[in-house]
Design a binder for this molecule. Structure first.
Ligand SMILES: NC(=O)c1ccc[n+]([C@@H]2O[C@H](COP(=O)([O-])OP(=O)(O)OC[C@H]3O[C@@H](n4cnc5c(N)ncnc54)[C@H](OP(=O)(O)O)[C@@H]3O)[C@@H](O)[C@H]2O)c1
Length: 336
């Protein structure tokens, strides 16, 4: 296996001065891979030099990944403090006290004393069963409610006070939602996880976070070519087939996926690509250490933004909602 010295992988600095690698590995198998396959990839990724892993309770594989972490620590392959491990509270665990319960389960599964970041996975308690059909609706689902979110955030702040999470973060937010909740945060989010790839650059949300010292972390950085069918619509654009991007990939003799990641890192977000294949996850990490894109190439990639959101979240819609757009406050106010 090709090994990349983690010291050669660039780092970002969070607002309190803590460092985090500029790239990590995602662990959501899009319903295609078993927890064993994914944890084997995490094991290989640690050996190859990854130090950041994006986990979540709802991915259903934290116990298997925890086995890998425990073995890596026991065998002296890596120290706990060298890894940056994230996890997330799922939508059915937002209630008072439930965040702590959710984190307790995650820590037990991951065999850790603390996580480096704990995220609120989605900004509302709208639950749906993992793997359910795209048309599935939960009759109890409700639009975003700032008071309910802040009640959840108070629990998140408490886990920082308790030393169980070094940082807390939000995910799948919009500017109107952030405007509603950031002033009430005693502890500001260090990171916000959002969908980011060349055809969905979210420049306003990205800039909003950066201006406030919040580090964006980008999911689906390659445009999630193998996401579940429930997350696909006929209008979706495949980033890795966009001619300008393919052209740049040819010039660098790499797969277009690698260009998506180079662009992400050079722009400033932290991409968290997923792959169980060694050749892919090695090249995904290696590409951050060599052969950067030119300013001209970065400008071309900036110009291919198509505002093409892939993870639309329609299963979280509430009764009376018109469509997935309602989740994303497209008219600049919180959709009720
Ligand atoms: N916060 C949230 O709500 C949220 C939502 C979605 C995802 N996420 C996180 O983001 C992570 C990444 O998202 P994602 O898995 O949907 O999308 P992605 O990383 O954009 O795409 C993953 C797919 O890209 C292909 N790929 C990866 N590296 C490649 C390479 N070097 N060359 C060619 N193909 C390559 C692989 O396809 P093959 O398997 O066919 O090789 C892989 O399955 C997830 O695992 C999860 O941790 C978070």
């Amino acid at each position: 296996m090709i090994k990349i010295d983690p010291k050669t992988v660039p780092q970002r600095t969070l607002y309190n001065g803590d460092k985090i690698p500029c790239i990590g590995m995602g662990t959501f198998g899009s319903d295609r891979f078993t927890p064993e396959q994914i944890s084997a990839a995490v094991s290989g990724a640690i050996k190859c030099g990854y130090r950041l892993f994006d986990c979540a309770a709802v991915y259903g594989n934290e116990a298997e990944i925890g086995e890998v972490f425990a073995k890596a620590f026991a065998e002296g392959e890596v120290k706990r403090e060298e890894l940056f491990i994230t996890s997330k509270v799922w939508n059915n665990m937002h209630g008072r006290g439930d965040v702590l319960l959710s984190l307790a389960q995650t820590l037990k599964d991951l065999q850790l004393d603390y996580v480096d970041v704990f995220f609120v996975h989605w900004p509302f308690a709208n639950y749906h069963a993992p793997g359910c059909d795209g048309d599935a609706r939960n009759p109890d689902s409700k639009p975003f409610n700032p008071e309910a979110f802040i009640a959840t955030w108070r629990q998140m702040e408490r886990i920082v006070d308790m030393g169980l999470a070094r940082h807390i973060g939000m995910s799948n937010m919009t500017i109107p939602k952030l405007e509603a909740v950031l002033p009430a945060c005693r502890i500001k989010p260090s990171l916000i996880e959002m969908e980011l790839h060349p055809c969905f650059q979210q420049p306003e949300l990205y800039d909003y976070c950066v201006e406030r010292g919040i580090q964006p972390i980008g999911f689906c950085p390659i445009g999630s070519p193998t996401r579940p069918d429930r997350d696909k619509t006929p209008d979706d654009i495949a980033d890795i087939q966009v001619p300008e991007l393919v052209e740049i990939a040819k010039a660098h003799s790499v797969h277009p996926a690698v260009i998506c990641l180079k662009w992400a890192v050079q722009r400033g977000q932290i991409p968290i690509p997923f792959s169980i294949y060694e050749n892919e996850y090695v090249s995904n990490l290696k590409c951050t250490t060599e052969d950067p894109l030119s300013d001209e190439e970065m400008a071309v990639l900036k110009s291919i933004d198509k505002n093409c959101r892939l993870i639309k979240g329609q299963v979280f819609l509430w009764k009376g909602a018109k469509g997935w757009e309602d989740l994303w406050d497209l008219d600049g106010t919180i959709t009720k």
